[in-house]
Design a protein around this ligand. Sequence first.
Ligand SMILES: [Mn+2]
Length: 312
Amino acid sequence: MNVNGRLAVVGDPSQLSGVDGEHNPEGLLSALDETRVHKTPYEIACLARANHIAMQGHWAARKTFLDGGSEFEINLAYQQATGQREAQAPYHSIIGVNEHAGTLHYQYYDTEAPARPRSLLIDAGVRFRGYCSDITRTTPGAGERRFAALIQGLEQLQQRLCGMVAPGVEYVAIHRKTHQGIAALLNAAGVVQGVDDETLVEQGVTRAFFPHGIGHFLGVQVHDVSGKKEPPPSDAPFLRLTRTLEAGMVVTIEPGLYIIPSLLDPVLDGPLGKNFNRSVIDELRGCGGIRIEDNVVVTHDGARNLTREAGG
Ligand SMILES: [Mn+2]
């Protein structure tokens, strides 16, 4: 780029030694990134199509799980239904059965199904003309009534959070609302007793169950650029998006609730430990965790949920 006699070169720094001009000047890079933040109608149509195709895969995956398939077979079913090979996918699908559902970036596929399939968490998308979908669904195994009720509770929370998406809304506020919702859910499900929701959030208990951010920008990259003009606040250190929502932005809304021993055990051993129902936790341990993730467009007066429009 040569502007007013100044030459900027954008590229892989390792390839640029000896090349004239300013290499990857920060101001130019962030200005270029900013052009990707508000999606055009064409880009939104591509993202909608990526959601539609991915949902075909999610249904096939769910059916394969309920039919007793292994993680490997669930992956094959997803690829078959989406007509997309692994190398074209925006990211490696996370397919966790039973306690594997509690491993946040689980990347192994068991070739054998467990004797008792209790849960499936699948986080998988597709790429359409370069644009990504990023969708997560959790399915209870047959007879898992307590886990199924917890999924239903998280789904209701997720839909309320999607309902908050609108121009002028601080994305961080949606993240904070998630923690309140997780606290209420832990109480309603009998995981905790005798501690109010506010204390569960203040004492970091909800962070043990929901340790990641509520979501991120989505576009040609799964975690699209320019989400953090401001660094994340101290109560949400992993949040990838800290901006005020504006029409044309596309975000994910992905609350989760997991049993992660390394995070939960210190809480159970701590001052609030006596307030936890160990038998409920032990029952849920074998189900791993829950995440429900939709892709949502900010419109001029609210939002469009591309994943639910695709039947998800
Ligand atoms: Mn995501």
